[in-house]
Design a protein around this ligand. Structure first.
Ligand SMILES: Nc1ncnc2c1ncn2[C@@H]1O[C@H](COP(=O)(O)OP(=O)(O)OP(=O)(O)O)[C@@H](O)[C@H]1O
Ligand SMILES: [Mg+2]
Length: 349
């Protein structure tokens, strides 16, 4: 019985809480059969002990149900998720990441990419941080990082390495550097997983104080793939102030909980618009960010107002954090970036 046949059987097993199976997520590292004994090795990057125990049981049951298998030997390797500040195990051949921060929300269009890009730029603008900050765009189908940073492909390569272009002191990687122009990316889940693994393993990131990761909306392939590939310091959740957005972001936050990834905090974006006469308009309502933080038991990190300069900077490839660091947007992003690094690194000390 070949490893592929065993893996075909193991495809019946879904990762707890997700609809995807453990084989397509790359959790089954090895499978072998000899003399009636089936072996399987599972590798979990960030699952808690309960998930590991559950999967071991399921895999054993599944193997023993295959005709001809008399005994099943299942090994599970787990690396606990990095707590904020804990030193990350070396997860990548091409990079050493002291902190890895995912920027996420269940909800689309709330400003995840805007926050990820501006936070990375603001972090790299802090003293001594230029070139020590990375931004990995895991929105494989709709990458925003090329437009928002003004960097496009093709990518430089050296042997098997991809060299991340650097802009505003930030090392960048995006699917947008690899596919041409408007060509749609029509990939299935396992390919998303492989793309993310390549971004981690085959990019010469070097030593980074912080790697920010821009995630697509939803609670799907990219999120679980990332959590399985890299030990995350945690996730930042973005929401707009209205209840509907905060409810969807809550599902995103709970998903990270299932993956044993801590929620580092909640950022409310598009919090209000101050017109030229100085009157504040709460266009998207009020309070969603604080309520979400409360529900998740995570710190509320602050509000980003609706500011034309943020949208303009995003479209022009000149993020507000660096285009006008002393403007209202620049100051907010600088404060968020400095506070986040202080907290993560403080916890490590
Ligand atoms: N605070 C803000 N003020 C003004 N415009 C903003 C603000 N935040 C985001 N935008 C604009 O809103 C649009 C959506 O933002 P962005 O692409 O960052 O959202 P997203 O959550 O990453 O979306 P997706 O779910 O599609 O990945 C962009 O055009 C961006 O420039
Ligand atoms: Mg985005």
């Amino acid at each position: 019985m070949s490893p592929d046949v065993l893996k075909e059987h193991l495809r019946q097993i879904k990762y707890p809480g997700f609809s995807r199976d453990i084989v397509s997520f790359g959790i089954v590292r090895r499978a072998a059969f000899a003399d009636g004994v089936a072996e399987a090795a599972l590798a979990l990057t960030s699952a808690d002990g309960k998930v590991a125990g559950f999967l071991r049981g399921e895999v054993e049951k599944c193997l023993l149900a295959i005709p001809g298998v008399r005994r099943a030997v299942v090994t599970v390797e787990t690396a606990a998720a990095t707590r904020p500040g804990a030193p990350a195990p070396a997860p990548s051949r091409g990079g050493e990441f002291r902190q890895v921060v995912a920027v996420a929300s269940g909800k689309g269009g709330v400003g995840k990419s805007t926050l990820a890009v501006n936070l990375a730029c603001a972090a790299a603008a802090l003293p001594g941080r230029a070139g020590r900050v990375g931004l990995m765009d895991c929105d494989i189908y709709g990458p925003s990082v090329p437009l928002m940073t003004g960097v496009s492909g093709p990518l430089a390569a050296e042997d098997e390495w991809m060299i991340p272009p650097e802009k505003h002191g930030v090392k960048l990687m995006s699917m947008g550097f690899l596919v041409r122009g408007d060509a749609p990316v029509v990939w299935r889940g396992p390919m998303v997983m492989r793309a993310i693994q390549q971004f981690v393993q085959n990019v010469r990131w070097g030593a980074l104080d912080a790697l920010f990761v821009d995630l697509p909306p939803g609670t799907g392939d990219a999120q679980i793939s990332l959590a399985q590939t890299l030990p995350l310091s945690g996730a930042l959740l973005v929401t707009t102030p209205q209840q509907a957005a905060a409810d969807v972001a809550l599902r995103g936050g709970l998903m990270f909980g299932k993956l044993n990834v801590p929620v580092l905090g909640v950022v409310e974006n598009m919090s209000g618009f101050t017109d030229p006469a100085g009157v504040l308009h709460r266009i998207f309502g009020e309070g969603g960010g604080r309520r979400l933080a409360e529900k998740l038991g995570a710190p509320f990190l602050g509000e980003i107002p609706l500011l034309p300069e943020i949208r303009e900077g995003g479209d022009a490839g000149a993020p507000a954090a660096v285009a006008s660091p002393d403007g209202p947007a620049g100051r907010v992003f600088a404060g968020l970036a400095a506070g986040l690094l202080r907290r993560l690194e403080g916890a490590a000390g």
